[in-house]
Design a protein around this ligand. Structure first.
Ligand code: PRX
Length: 637
């Protein structure tokens, strides 16, 4: 893996230059030297952002699980692949070696086959952060089935939408999950979801919390007895480079989530390359990403990226505050973690607690710290740097999206000098640019604009499952010939990027990507609601929180406002999940609209963030008179 580690800023610039001058050659060398292939590719890249279509390594054949498991068996068979740290620290950690993981994946894959799952079938995985989650993902990949992991905090309605969108044939779940001192009835949620999922033939159930659950005759099966009987021999299916590997849903600007489709070879190469370089992972390191596998960060940086590098990856089932706020630091101390990767929202919550929770633990094993998922504010950055890294660990503020498959902008640990709040420089191969609203590229430094990518990278999502037109409209239509991220960014005098936040209707709350449309759809289901609009406003811990403006029908206005607020949040919890609950709900008599009837969120956003005196010209609105009333209502919140 000679060309894999970038060792300094100068080397970074050299590698970057090469990756831009000849991207095909750049990725071809990486593909050749670092992976095993059943058949070599015919072409490295074919692309057309107008269609849009992107194909990497056409003609190549491989199986990603051979790259993540089989090839490590000889040299690293007894090395820990997954270090499972359970929710309760009184329970022992589990060290799953590459040999053991390989065996478990093969057995699970045989169970899938036995239940009729074939190449190309979609399998929904709704499992908490336990080893079976990774095992079942890899088992799908082993036989060429497409996994669709749904974050096990989503409601039954959200789960059902996702199962139906991809016509999943099977759901894998567990009896329940542990979350700190609580348990969650996952099987009950799946049962509710599967009342209207005609494509689902079978539900496999992992035993985790040992609760009593309903098992539907003919449909539901406990996994353990099936695994016991299953053979450990499961040859890997030969996959084409562009065969689908997984679908992962993300929010969009309509109620329907977008099933981003990732394919095999490109995703493998890019998640692996970025993992190794950004974190400067070395053979003996213990690496921990505390994200949930239900998000892209977990797919790429707990499962595929680390395993493709033969790494030891910690899988943590728990939460940061159970049994106390020292849990993260205890885990780092206990397993001598070298690289730790988490979300700014977790850092902000932890920074609010007494420092004694940190001081009790020896964190000297740490070499690299990472953050991902949302902008990190300066205060949180310094707290992390001073108290966790002890000013000795570079902080890699890494930026990417579900659609990207892997990190797009980030310092390379020990190579790129960091500046708080800056995601710094693009990863080699990522051709970033900033665009103005008229569609012109903004050249030079000390500028800001909309962040776009000019050239394909190996792990770009290839389509939205079942809706290629939406894929084109969302990402390739705003700026001709470019992928548009939906984020704003600035480029400073040295060419470093700082992500300034979404410029569309997506709001990042605690690192979770939430579209306003599905939340508004949920609220509008309430019989007393006439209309609603959601905006984000700054929040100490969550980064952003949700602010709802809701206009009630006459009957609703007669009711106790707090009861209606509770009912609205209950509807959101049922339709999406608790992560999308509103922090504040202001009742209004009307919402400001353009003459074409579009709600003016810009105005509502300013009012929610306390900038209501600075709204600019509102005389062109259809109903400028409502603005004053909305402002007054806001002051009472
Ligand atoms: O707005 C950006 C923000 O998260 C969005 C992508 O969300 P999602 O697809 O859920 O993936 C999150 C995990 C990779 C982006 O459009 N975002 C992500 N990382 C950062 C960020 N904003 C600022 N700084 C980051 N490091």
């Amino acid at each position: 893996m000679s060309n894999y580690h970038i060792k300094g800023l100068e080397e970074y610039y050299q590698v970057y230059r090469k990756s831009v001058e000849n991207p095909e050659l750049f990725w071809e060398e990486i593909a050749e030297e670092n992976f095993i292939w059943r058949k070599r590719w015919d072409t490295v890249l074919e692309w057309d952002f107008e269609k849009p279509e992107v194909k990497w390594f056409e003609g190549a054949q491989l199986n990603i699980t051979e790259n993540c498991l089989d090839r490590h068996l000889y040299h690293r068979g007894d090395k820990t692949a997954i270090l499972f740290e359970p929710n309760d620290p009184k329970d022992p950690a589990e060290h799953i070696t590459y040999k053991e993981l390989h065996k478990r994946v093969c057995k699970f894959a045989n169970v899938l086959k036995d239940k009729g799952i074939k190449r190309g079938d979609r399998v929904c995985i709704y499992v908490p952060m336990i080893p079976e989650l990774i095992v079942s993902m890899l088992a799908c990949a082993r036989i060429g089935a497409v996994h669709s992991v749904v974050f096990a905090g989503f409601s039954s309605a959200a789960l059902r939408t996702r199962i139906n969108d991809a016509s999943c044939k099977m759901v894998i779940t567990s009896d329940g999950s542990f979350r700190g001192s609580k348990t969650i009835d996952l099987k009950g949620i799946v049962d509710e979801a599967c009342k209207e999922t005609p494509s689902v033939d079978s539900v496999l159930v992992v035993k985790r919390i040992r609760s009593e659950v309903h098992m539907e005759d003919g449909r539901d099966h406990w996994v353990a007895p099936l695994l016991e009987k299953a053979s450990i021999d499961c040859p890997a299916e030969t996959m084409e480079a562009e065969d689908p590997l997984f679908i992962l849903y993300t929010s969009g600007s309509t109620g329907m989530p977008k099933g981003m489709l990732h394919t095999t070879a490109g995703y493998m190469i890019y998640s692996s390359y970025t993992f190794k370089n950004v974190f400067q992972y070395r053979e003996e390191d213990v690496y921990w990403c505390s994200a949930d596998i239900g998000w892209i960060t977990g797919h790429s940086y707990i499962a595929y990226g680390p395993l493709a590098n033969g790494a030891t990856s910690v899988l943590f089932e728990g939460v940061p505050n159970f049994p106390d706020w020292g849990r993260f630091w205890e885990v780092i101390d206990k397993h001598k973690v070298n690289q730790f990767f988490t979300a700014p929202t977790a850092i902000r919550a932890l920074a609010k607690e007494d420092l004694s929770h940190v001081m009790k633990h020896d964190l000297s094993s740490l070499k690299v710290l990472g953050t991902v998922g949302e902008p990190i504010n300066e205060e949180a950055w310094h707290w992390y740097n001073n108290n966790i890294g002890k000013k000795n660990c570079p902080i890699v503020d890494s930026y990417f999206q579900t659609e990207n498959g892997g990190i797009m902008l980030s310092p390379i640990a020990y190579a790129t000098p960091t500046i708080p709040t800056y995601a710094t420089l693009p990863i080699p191969g990522i051709q970033t640019c900033l665009m103005d609203e008229e569609g012109n590229e903004i050249k030079g430094n000390q500028v800001s604009g909309r962040l776009c990518i000019k050239f394909p990278w190996p792990s770009i999502a290839r389509t939205i499952w079942g809706d290629h037109k939406r894929y084109k409209d969302t990402y390739f239509s705003t700026f001709k010939g470019k992928y548009f991220t939906g984020d704003g960014a600035l480029r400073n005098e040295t060419g470093y990027y700082r992500i300034t936040g979404r410029v569309d209707d997506v709001i990042i709350v605690s690192g979770h990507n939430l579209g306003t449309a599905p939340i508004e759809d949920a609220i509008n289901e309430h019989p007393d609601v006439a209309e609603s609009a959601i905006v984000g406003f700054p929040h100490d811990i969550k980064g952003n929180a949700l602010y709802g403006y809701v206009t009630l029908k006459e009957a609703g206005k007669q009711r106790n406002p707090d009861t209606v607020r509770k009912e609205i949040n209950q509807l959101i919890t049922e339709n999406i999940g608790a992560i999308a609950k509103l922090e504040k709900i202001q009742f209004t008599n009307g919402l400001p609209k353009t003459r074409s009837g579009k709600i003016m969120r810009r105005i509502l956003r300013k009012i929610a963030t306390g900038e209501g005196d600075n709204l600019g010209d509102i005389s062109t609105l259809l109903n400028p008179e409502v603005v004053e009333a909305v402002k007054q209502g806001n002051q009472l919140m």
